[in-house]
Design a protein around this ligand. Structure first.
Ligand code: ZN
Length: 202
């Protein structure tokens, strides 16, 4: 199983980090060990002083596929979840400056909390609302209509490089409003009005 994360897929988020808007989907991988499931506590890692949350719609692949055409991409997923792409922003800044790979900033242990619940896309509107509450206050509010690259385009693009397998996860990028978490924080994520995850930072 692999976890593929899309970077800079929402205009307002690319702008808030002063990043260029990409002309192709930009992606990176996280290992299976980055998953944090069942609302377990996230333990703030010792190697960073600036962990950011990025709330993202997550797609679960349900068919094996390679070189998937965009018009057929919708057949390769039906379940939609919500996750966080935790990012050690301080380490990421250093990596970016030096042109080094990002893994230490993005792929560390438990950097990918994920909802245990997944919703069938048939039970969701075409454009999906999602949000993150930090200590009860909404800090991110997204709608998939604002994606620069649609899920179908992402699947088609990624499958030129990798075979997609059943159970692979795609984190589809974060909207604006990313920010720091601190020890003691509570994070709740919603798709439409359904609570998807609820966990604490320790
Ligand atoms: Zn992200």
């Amino acid at each position: 199983m692999k976890i593929i994360c899309i970077g800079r897929n929402y205009l307002d988020h690319a702008k808030e980090l002063n990043n260029k808007v990409p002309d192709k989907p930009m992606f990176f991988l996280k290992p299976e060990t980055s998953l944090l499931l069942k609302n377990r506590d996230f333990y703030y890692p010792e190697f960073s002083n600036e962990i950011h949350y990025e709330t993202e719609i997550v797609i679960k692949i349900n068919r094996l596929g390679k070189y998937i055409e965009e018009k057929f991409a919708h057949r390769y997923y039906s379940e939609i979840g919500l996750g966080i792409d935790f990012t050690a922003r301080d380490l990421q800044k250093k990596c970016k400056e030096k042109g080094h790979p990002w893994e230490i900033a993005k792929a560390f242990e438990h950097s990918a909390p994920l909802s245990s619940v997944f919703i069938n896309k048939k039970d969701l509107p075409e454009n999906i609302n999602f949000k993150l509450e930090l200590n009860g206050k909404t800090v991110q509010n997204g709608n998939t209509a604002d994606m620069i690259f649609s899920v179908d385009k992402i699947i088609s693009y990624i499958s030129q490089f990798f075979t997609l397998k059943i159970g692979d996860l795609i984190f589809t990028g974060t909207p604006a409003g990313v920010g720091e978490v601190h020890i003691g924080d509570n994070l709740k994520g919603y798709i439409e009005n359904k609570l998807m995850f609820d966990f604490n930072v320790k």
